[in-house]
Design a protein around this ligand. Structure first.
Ligand code: SIN
Ligand code: FE
Length: 295
């Protein structure tokens, strides 16, 4: 597969657009059909006073990500303290606000129902980072959250590469979701009766895990455990340079992050009802394949 097949490129340089109707339609189609919207010239501007924070955080962290919860204004997982922590949180929040404005401008049909979830800063070099198979995002996967049931809601993620040494972020993007689901669904076992209730009651999930969530987690793991498929399934190598931005629905775009050392990421949750093409949502694809309602 070729990068051109999985990317839709937009030449915008400003987070505020303007985005005309043609651009909006092209972006919406790309996202919902499972391509990556790539903005090679849209950079998140790190201020001169913030560059030091990126370096200090990178040197000091053993955690994979620093996360910022916009609802509480809280920073988690940072090695920084005091004013430095406050400044890092402010930078991450500024990125999250710009990302939110950009998605609302580019895809206005999502704007009213767009939930800004966590913002993350990913300062650790991806290449060579030791992980269990299940947690290794260098392997192709779609995103599914063990503790946060989505119950069919979509996961849209926007990334900016802010590497201070100019390193690109290298991804592989895999085959269409429907192909992946057809192959792995027969290997996914149904959850034990009552297990969703137990997980919720023990506080292990925030809300009740639906069959959809269990299926997505099963697909996530089955794909990561299949070494032959990881190696030989169709995939395109994509390089996102420092100073670029990209976004996709990571619940349908098979992705693996192979290298890169400094990215910012904003997650959004969006209900299926807001989609222009709800039938291409993973919950609908899996309902068709399994012949039953999943939420
Ligand atoms: C992932 O979402 O699997 C990792 C993407 C990245 O950090 O580039
Ligand atoms: Fe992922």
């Amino acid at each position: 597969m070729d990068a051109n097949e999985v990317l839709s490129v937009f030449d915008h340089t400003s987070w505020d657009g303007p985005f005309d109707a043609d651009t909006q339609a092209r972006a919406l189609a790309a996202l919902e059909e499972g391509r990556v919207v790539f903005l090679p010239h849209l950079a998140f501007r790190v201020r001169a006073t913030e560059t030091r924070l990126l370096r200090v955080q990178r040197a000091g962290g053993d955690r994979k990500n620093v996360s910022f919860d916009p609802a509480r204004g809280e920073l988690g997982g940072s090695a920084l303290t005091g004013n430095d922590a406050t400044s890092l949180a402010a930078m991450i929040d500024r990125f999250g606000r710009q990302a939110t404005g950009m998605v609302a401008g580019l895809a206005p049909r999502y704007a009213a129902q767009l939930e800004r979830a966590r913002t993350s800063f990913r300062p650790v070099e991806v290449q060579g980072r030791a992980q269990s198979l299940r947690h290794d995002d260098r392997l192709l996967h779609v995103d599914a959250f063990p503790t946060r049931p989505m119950r069919g809601r979509r996961i849209l993620r926007l990334f900016s590469n802010v590497s201070p040494d100019g390193s690109p972020r290298e991804w592989h993007v895999g085959e269409p979701f429907s192909e992946y689901a057809k192959k792995f669904l027969p290997r996914v076992r149904a959850p034990l009766p009552g297990s969703a209730w137990v997980l919720k009651t023990l506080g292990l999930t925030k809300g009740t895990r639906s069959r959809y969530d269990a299926m997505m987690l099963g697909l996530h793991d089955a794909g990561k455990y299949d070494a032959d498929w990881q190696k030989n399934s169709p995939q395109a190598a994509v390089s996102f340079p420092a100073g670029s931005t990209w976004m996709c629905f990571t619940d349908i775009v098979l992705h693996a992050a192979l290298a890169g050392n400094c990215a910012l990421e904003q997650t959004f949750y969006i209900p299926v009802q807001a989609m222009a093409r709800p039938d291409s949502s993973p919950v609908r694809v899996l309902e068709r394949l399994s012949g039953r309602a999943l939420v």
